[in-house]
Design a protein around this ligand. Structure first.
Ligand SMILES: [Zn+2]
Ligand SMILES: [Zn+2]
Length: 216
C-alpha cells in the first residue's frame, strides 16, 4: 500500500498561506490533471478550513470555471514545490490522513525484512535460522524472498523451525503449502515425525510417543 521509503515520516510541512502544519494524506491514485500518478504514495495537504487559499478559492473557481470547488495547498514529500489540489468540498482528503504511528510500526517491520533479506545469503555459513524464520513468518515480506527462505530450511536442517511455523497462521496458501512440504521433507531427513496427538517431534519408528505416551 505504501512506498517503502518512509523518510517522509520525519518531514514537517507548513502551509505558506496560513502557516499551519500540513497533514500527511494518502495520495489519490491518479493525478486528476494529466492522468499520471504523483510518484508518491502520500501528499502533504493543508486541511485548515480557515486557510486563505481555501477560503478565497471558492470565489476564484466559481468565476473562472463556473463550478463549486476550491483549492487545497499541497506539497510532495521531500519537496517544497507549490501545488494546488482542486477539491469539491471541505471533507475532501480529511478521510485519508495517515497515522504516522501506524506507519512507523510498518517501517519497523520493513527494516526487519530488509535486514533478514540481506542476511539470507550468509545464513547457511553462519548456521543461522533467524533471518530465515523472520521472512517466513512475516506476512508483509516479499514473497520471492519468503519462498527462498523456505527452501533454506532443508539445508539448515534445524528442527527448531517447526514449532514457530506450526504456531503461525499463514495468509498465503501457496506459502503455507510450500512450508508444509519442506517440513515433511525435513522430518523425513531426520528420521522423525510429528506425534498426531500432541504434535511433538518423535522418531519416525516410534510406536509410543515419548511426550504424551500415546500408543501410535
Ligand atoms: Zn493553509
Ligand atoms: Zn505425543
Amino acid at each position: 500500500m505504501f512506498s517503502k521509503d518512509y523518510s517522509f515520516l520525519e518531514e514537517v510541512h507548513t502551509c505558506p498561506h496560513c502557516q499551519k502544519k500540513m497533514e500527511c494524506c494518502d495520495a489519490p491514485q491518479f493525478h486528476v490533471g494529466d492522468g499520471l500518478g504523483w510518484g508518491s504514495d502520500v501528499l502533504f495537504i493543508c486541511l485548515n478550513d480557515d486557510c486563505p487559499l481555501f477560503v478565497k478559492g471558492w470565489d476564484r473557481i466559481e468565476q473562472q470555471y463556473g463550478h463549486s470547488a476550491s483549492y487545497r495547498y499541497m506539497e510532495l514529500p521531500g519537496s517544497k514545490e507549490s501545488n494546488l489540489m482542486m477539491v469539491g468540498n471541505e471533507m475532501a482528503f480529511k478521510g485519508s490522513i495517515v497515522d504516522p504511528e501506524a506507519l512507523k510500526k510498518q517501517n519497523v517491520r520493513y527494516q526487519k525484512e530488509i535486514e533478514a533479506t540481506k542476511a539470507l545469503d550468509s545464513c547457511l555459513e553462519n548456521n543461522d535460522l533467524g533471518p530465515v524464520m523472520t521472512l517466513i513468518l512475516d506476512e508483509g515480506a516479499d514473497k520471492v524472498q519468503r519462498k527462498k527462505a523456505i527452501q533454506l530450511l532443508l539445508q539448515l536442517n534445524n528442527l527448531k523451525c517447526i514449532d514457530p511455523i506450526r504456531n503461525h497462521s499463514f495468509k498465503d496458501s501457496s506459502i503455507e503449502q510450500e512450508v508444509n512440504m519442506v517440513i515433511s521433507q525435513l522430518l523425513q531427513n531426520n528420521f522423525s515425525k510429528e506425534c498426531p496427538f500432541c504434535c511433538e517431534i518423535i522418531k519416525s519408528q516410534a510406536n509410543k510417543c515419548m511426550h504424551c505416551k500415546t500408543d501410535l
